[in-house]
Design a protein around this ligand. Structure first.
Ligand code: SF4
Ligand code: SF4
Ligand code: FES
Length: 559
């Protein structure tokens, strides 16, 4: 373990660490463009130069391609280094179009930031003499390139080659004519294309979805977890609600990857990146919907829950819990599923409980991040026990079959739109034979049209919750903003219903529900909300998987 000094501060670093990473351990940021912790080192931008004293010799070295060695003394802020950085910056800004006022990256651009920290020079090139390059280049379905802003760091090129294994961007031409372009015959259309916008250190690559939507300094950031598939990539929600006149009230402006070494490192897929549009979709359910007579006048949540409680009580009194079936959802959080189990399985002794249905939609899967299972919490549902139980319990498939034959008087359904699973005839039979259907959903759909009562669900950005990914890692989402309309987290409905049915629980918050899971559920034993931190924790019976670098199995060689 080399011991080195950076700006006079001693630090011991692990073998093989470069000086940019070593300095980060001391919260010292060495300016850089081409270096990215997740990509190969090319040492091309020259921005990371530092003063190095080693073995009695002084030199100027690159922070990115110099590995820490015992006894090194590094200076990152001397007059000489500052003047080198200023010169490098002047070179980069020589032909810069100075269009920061209309650039999406303004406020988070490393050209701007470094200029303010190290440049502050006047341009020696007259505006009229500046060299022009191509602008607004449509490099792919989601990304636009402005070549005049590009500093040719090749991060985007290396990302495509090394992480995705596709050659879709390259630098062509020489000297001041060099430009980033699509590799001839290709488009930037891989499933991870949006990441090039995140890793571009300047405003050269912008996201069509975010372009000109918000200035970044208006955005608020909330840590969360993508619920787009069972991987559970860590994300930040960048949101803003005070300018609702723009974009039809869209609250989430963009999702960004959040580093988690064991889940997604620095990346997310585009399926997850753009999944947030569902949160403010026009078909969000904003209030409870009830049966035909009440549809016109509206109905309160309490009235729906009271009716459901009365029906459940009556059916259990007359025919026992076997005449009730519950189709929960693997899209629900751990807290939702725990309260569902607590109420229906533990208290009411309903055995027909499942979250799995035959024919649930699958997505594409690869060996980078994307999982075919689009449900974020199937592992959590299993661990909590939202499954058929007691020997008599029927699984999702059997519940659907039984419902068509009139086996159940009450069906409780979360999220599943059965109109997508069943043919018209089967659906008609199910509806005809089931006395009462209570449906919980975040969006209106075919099922919300035919259920007797419908309750609106809050979505992941509107609530704090935990989800357990396919490996068994429990991770937290945080509430960014209030739910739309009367939408409510699922566990709260079960909590209220439980109270009406004589099952008193003492939970006010999702944190308290999670802590109760830690007390009552074997795989969560001893875990508490506060311990989960921002990187999550494994189920107590799931081993921590070995670290694997997130990249395709056949990366192309470094650029
Ligand atoms: S577009 Fe951005 S990431 Fe790509 S080479 Fe240019 S500056 Fe670097
Ligand atoms: S891989 Fe899955 S969890 Fe990760 S960003 Fe994509 S959809 Fe979301
Ligand atoms: S970061 Fe070292 S040369 Fe670019």
């Amino acid at each position: 373990m080399p011991r080195i000094q950076i700006d006079g501060k001693p630090v011991e670093v692990s073998d093989g660490l470069n000086l940019i990473e070593a300095a980060r351990l001391l919260n010292i940021e060495i300016p850089h463009y081409c270096y990215h912790s997740g990509l190969s080192v090319v040492g091309s931008c020259r921005m990371c130069q530092i003063e190095l004293e080693f073995n009695g010799r002084k030199s100027i070295a690159l922070g990115c391609n110099t590995l820490a060695a015992d006894g090194m003394q590094i200076t990152t802020t001397s007059d000489e280094i500052r003047s080198i950085r200023r010169a490098v910056l002047e070179f980069y800004l020589q032909h810069h179009p100075l269009d920061c006022p209309i650039c999406d990256d303004a406020g988070e651009c490393d050209l701007q930031n470094y200029y303010m920290e190290h440049g502050l020079h006047d341009s020696r090139v007259d505006l009229a003499e500046k060299k022009h390059k191509h602008k607004v280049i449509d490099v792919g379905p989601t990304v636009v390139l402005d070549s005049e802003r590009c500093v040719l760091c090749t991060r985007c090129v290396r990302f495509c080659r090394e992480i995705v294994g596709k050659d879709q961007l390259g630098v062509y031409g020489h000297g001041s004519d060099a430009e980033l372009m699509n590799v001839p015959g290709t488009k930037l259309d891989n499933d991870y294309a949006g990441n090039v916008v995140d890793l571009c250190p300047v405003g050269a690559l912008t996201d069509k979805d975010f372009r000109f939507k918000r200035r970044v300094w208006y955005l608020k950031r909330t840590p969360s977890v993508c619920t787009g598939c069972s991987r559970g990539c860590n994300i930040s929600i960048d949101w803003e609600t005070s300018r609702s006149y723009k974009d039809s009230g869209r609250r989430i402006q963009r999702l960004k990857p959040r580093y988690n070494k064991m889940v997604n490192e620095w990346w997310i897929c585009d399926r997850g990146r753009y999944s947030y549009h569902a949160v403010d979709a026009p078909n969000r359910l904003l209030m409870p919907i009830s049966n035909a007579e009440e549809r016109e006048h509206g109905v309160s949540i309490i009235a729906v829950l009271a009716r459901a409680a009365a029906k459940i009580e009556a059916v259990i009194d007359q025919n026992g819990p076997a005449s009730i079936a519950v189709l929960g959802s693997a899209h629900s959080s751990d807290e939702d599923l725990f309260m569902l189990k607590r109420l229906f399985a533990d208290h009411l002794k309903v055995q027909n409980i499942d979250v799995n249905l035959p024919g649930e939609a699958n997505g594409s899967e690869d060996q980078i991040l994307m999982k075919a299972d689009l449900a974020p919490n199937r592992r959590g549902a299993q661990a909590i026990g939202a499954v058929p139980w007691g020997g008599e319990g029927q699984n999702g498939e059997a519940i659907l079959e039984g419902a068509r034959e009139g086996e159940f008087e009450i069906l409780i359904i979360v999220d599943h739109d059965l109109t997508q699973y069943l043919g018209e005839k089967a659906l008609h039979k199910l509806r005809k034979h089931t006395g009462y259907i209570l449906y919980l959903s975040s969006h209106s759909n075919g099922m919300s049209e035919i259920a007797d009562d419908v309750l609106p669900l809050a979505m992941w950005a509107e609530r704090a919750a935990t989800y357990t990914n396919f490996q068994g890692r429990i991770q937290r989402t945080s509430q960014a903003f209030d739910p739309l309309g009367l939408a409510t987290p699922e566990w709260k409905y079960w909590y209220e219903l439980a109270a009406m049915l004589g099952c008193k629980c003492d939970y006010e918050t999702p944190q308290e529900v999670f802590n109760a899971i830690g007390e009552h559920t074997e795989s969560f034993k001893g875990l508490r909300w506060d311990d989960l931190g921002d990187q999550g924790l494994m189920l107590t019976d799931a081993p921590e998987p070995a670290y694997r670098k997130i990249q395709c199995p056949n990366p192309l060689p470094a650029y």
